[in-house]
Write a protein that binds this ligand. Structure first.
Ligand code: NAP
Length: 302
């Protein structure tokens, strides 16, 4: 632990996949950490941090999130539903309300988790994030914006299915896009160390994992890694692109009447986006997807 970091860091989106790693890293770097959660934390969750229950979708609740001087705010907020309106409500409006409150309460820095895909905006998710990035850049507070590429968990569901003896699935060739995914621990380390790194002030960073063969993968490469780590012959089935497109259209229509199906349709759209757009990014950190897959298969094994 680094005991020189005396600043208070408030983290919204603490309960998310990345948020949890950011809270742990900020505690590890010795900061005084306030983790904001929507519901009370379980015993032992967020060890070393103060947990503050609040709801970023309520401005009144945001006003209670600054019980004492906060120096830095880190936002790992993201809507969980995937519906267009929710992106605007959380990734833009709620995050902006947190930024405004941070400035009113004298915070000096705001670190925003964004996404690599805003470089080529097409989906409501990206438009909402771009609006938030723009508002932050104009706000006058010191900022760092981080736009990560794919996370390791994206490959976990298929890894678990293959472990159960099922085939792996790709859409089309499975080689339309190449990624260098980033481990959440490496991403968290980058975000938290941006608090004191003056070279990262008022800058936007596109960030991927290490640029080494074990981490530069198409979707098909990733599935091959899973089979290899299990010592099995690859068994990969291809779903034609038109099937995915038809499914998106059908679920989009039904989604007009059903929130659940609408969420599924939005998820399929994001999946298609990531399948056809390259997500290579400047490399950071040391953890590779291959190590992650090997760890996962070992864990499931035992
Ligand atoms: N998946 C990828 O490969 C990838 C790649 C690059 C960038 N990204 C971006 O990375 C970001 C963070 O991802 P993640 O996986 O860490 O997100 P996540 O696990 O879905 O976490 C989202 C966080 O936001 C909070 N939140 C959501 N809706 C809320 C609401 N209505 N009110 C209050 N809090 C709310 C959640 O709180 P609760 O726990 O209470 O719901 C949670 O803490 C996303 O913006 C995503 O677009 C993802």
């Amino acid at each position: 632990m680094n005991n020189e970091n005396t600043q208070t860091v408030l983290i919204v989106g603490s309960t998310g996949y990345i948020g949890r790693a950011v809270v742990a890293e900020a505690v590890n770097q010795g900061y005084d950490v306030i983790a904001v959660t929507r519901s009370p934390a379980k015993e032992g969750e967020f060890a070393g941090a103060e947990v503050l229950v609040g709801d970023v979708s309520s401005p009144a609740s945001i006003a209670t999130m600054f019980p004492r001087k906060v120096d830095v705010v880190i936002s790992c907020l993201a809507t969980r539903s995937g519906l267009p309106k929710d992106f605007d409500d959380i990734d833009y409006i709620a995050t902006l309300n947190v930024l405004n409150a941070a400035q009113e309460h004298g915070a000096e820095k705001f670190i925003l988790l964004s996404a690599i895909c805003v470089r080529k905006p097409d989906l409501p998710l990206q438009l909402a994030k771009l609006k938030m990035e723009d508002a932050l850049m104009r706000s006058g507070i010191d900022y760092t914006i981080v736009r990560p590429t794919a996370y390791f968990w994206v490959f976990d569901t298929q890894t678990e299915m293959i472990m159960k003896g099922r085939p792996g699935y790709v859409v089309g060739s499975g080689e339309q896009a190449v990624h260098n995914p980033i481990a959440r621990e490496d991403l968290a380390e980058f975000m938290v160390s941006s608090i004191t790194n003056t070279e990262r002030k008022d800058r936007v960073f596109v960030l991927g994992g290490p640029e080494v063969p074990d981490n530069i993968v198409s979707y098909r490469d990733a599935l091959n890694m899973v089979f290899e780590s299990l010592g099995k012959e690859p068994n990969i089935k291809s779903v034609p692109v038109w099937v995915l497109n038809t499914l998106i259209n059908i679920t989009w229509f039904i989604g007009l009447f059903s929130r659940k199906i609408g969420m599924f349709s939005a998820f399929l759209k994001v999946t298609r986006y990531y399948l056809v757009n390259d997500m290579r990014a400047p490399g950071y950190g040391s953890r590779t997807l291959k190590e992650h897959i090997m760890d996962t298969t070992r864990k499931i094994d035992t």
